[in-house]
Design a protein around this ligand. Structure first.
Ligand code: 5GP
Length: 185
């Protein structure tokens, strides 16, 4: 029997249910599979928020040569608004020169994080560099980013679950939820 997964509680309202997420992840993976040749694909995931998405996405890809790498960037502390400051806290430990690189992000909000990250990785001369994000809040964009694969466009609401946190809580929810005022400390 499958373990019971944690879902929305009194402080959260479901925006995108777990089944919908899983369906969309499969669609994104088949699009990605179709777009890339059989060369290795370097999947660069941004910690921590994208960790569940990258795990599900990679398992839905039908190729054995998916190389999974992690970077960490901080732009949010326990606050709900971006500081506008991006700090690289964990770099890649592989050379991506001449490789196909796919950045996997949880959510694009102001665009500051991905604008910074793509400029940084482009300097390393990958063969190709694209972005897949599970969520996109287009209304919030301050800096331009070109995102090839988008799971869901969502309104300007603060979401948690499926890897996304509020002050490190809620990452383990199976659904993507909006946090009510009661959930915000
Ligand atoms: P950006 O640099 O595009 O403003 O923000 C990207 C990062 O901000 C995301 O990777 C994520 O960590 C955080 N973020 C933006 N919007 C939300 C949100 O609605 N919920 C959560 N939990 N994090 C968010």
């Amino acid at each position: 029997m499958l373990p019971q997964t944690l879902t929305a509680g009194p402080r959260t309202r479901i925006l995108i249910a777990a089944e919908q997420i899983q369906q969309r992840v499969r669609e994104l993976a088949s699009q990605i599979d179709a777009d890339y040749t059989q060369d290795p694909l370097y999947v660069v995931s941004v910690l921590k928020g994208a960790f569940i998405f990258v795990a599900d996405l990679c398992r839905a890809l039908k190729r054995p040569n998916v190389r999974i790498e992690f970077m960490a960037i901080s732009s949010y502390g326990s606050e709900k608004t971006t500081s506008g400051q991006v700090k690289l806290t964990r770099d890649l430990d592989v050379n991506i020169e001449g490789q196909n690189v796919l950045i996997v992000e949880d959510i694009v909000d102001s665009g500051i994080t991905l604008n910074y990250l793509t400029r940084l990785l482009r300097q390393r001369h990958p063969r190709s560099l694209e972005i897949v994000t599970l969520l996109d809040k287009p209304e919030r964009r301050i800096q331009p980013v070109s995102v090839k694969y988008i799971g869901f466009q969502i309104p300007d609401e603060f979401v948690v679950g499926y890897g996304l946190d509020y002050a490190e809580d809620y990452r383990n929810l199976s659904d993507i939820c909006v946090l009510s005022e009661a959930g915000i400390r």
